[in-house]
Design a protein around this ligand. Structure first.
Ligand SMILES: Cc1cc2nc3c(=O)[nH]c(=O)nc-3n(C[C@H](O)[C@H](O)[C@H](O)COP(=O)(O)O)c2cc1C
Length: 171
């Protein structure tokens, strides 16, 4: 039986999604499932991982390029293990109140990778964020932190329960 080892790969422009990835990693570890949290752009190979969580911040209705590039570049290896996807975006409480379906591009990724599941979490936009549009949104008072740590933790616990079961190791 292969020992579980989960990779949490993320794409994040302003660190909000990176922190969600960290929360997922901490939960998995606390549940006894070893996990590595890494920026998608820095990952060369998936050797040794028994499951992968991939997430990105949403920008103009899309994932960031690093996330889609990761999904495409590692398609064959990703199809060999359970893959869980998440998006972080809505700058309101909607994601904590109901299931928000993935955007079209992410539906495509989920299909291509035969993903187990996708979750949308609230986003965060706070002063210091990169970009003119980000600053415009903030100047209109529409920023804030809408990530629900308990929601993320509950989702990660379900991954931990599944990942603890036997899975084939990547080659
Ligand atoms: C320019 C811009 C465009 C955005 N577009 C979307 C969007 O299309 N859908 C959405 O749900 N959130 C959108 N957001 C909110 C971000 O997804 C949210 O701030 C998220 O937490 C960013 O993740 P990051 O901090 O990891 O980069 C947008 C934010 C900015 C600044």
């Amino acid at each position: 039986m292969t020992a579980p080892h989960v990779l949490i790969a993320y794409a994040s422009r302003n660190r909000g999604t990176a922190e969600i990835a960290d929360w997922i990693g901490l939960t998995l570890t606390a549940e006894g499932v070893p996990a590595d949290v890494r920026a998608a752009a820095d990952i060369q190979d998936l050797c040794g991982y028994t499951a992968v969580v991939l997430g990105s911040g949403l920008y103009a209705g899309r994932w960031l390029r690093d996330a889609t590039r990761f999904a495409r570049g590692h398609r064959v290896a990703l199809r060999a293990v359970p893959v869980w996807l998440f998006s972080s975006g809505p700058l309101d409480s909607s994601a904590a109140e109901r299931d928000i379906p993935p955007v079209n591009g992410v539906v495509k990724v989920a299909d291509e990778l035969d993903a187990v599941e996708h979750a949308t979490f609230g986003g965060r936009l706070v002063p210091g964020a990169h970009g003119l549009v980000a600053r415009m949104i903030l100047s209109r008072g529409r920023g804030g932190d809408f990530r629900d740590r308990a929601q993320v933790r509950a989702w990660a616990r379900r991954i931990a329960a599944t990942a603890a079961l036997e899975r084939p190791q990547l080659i």
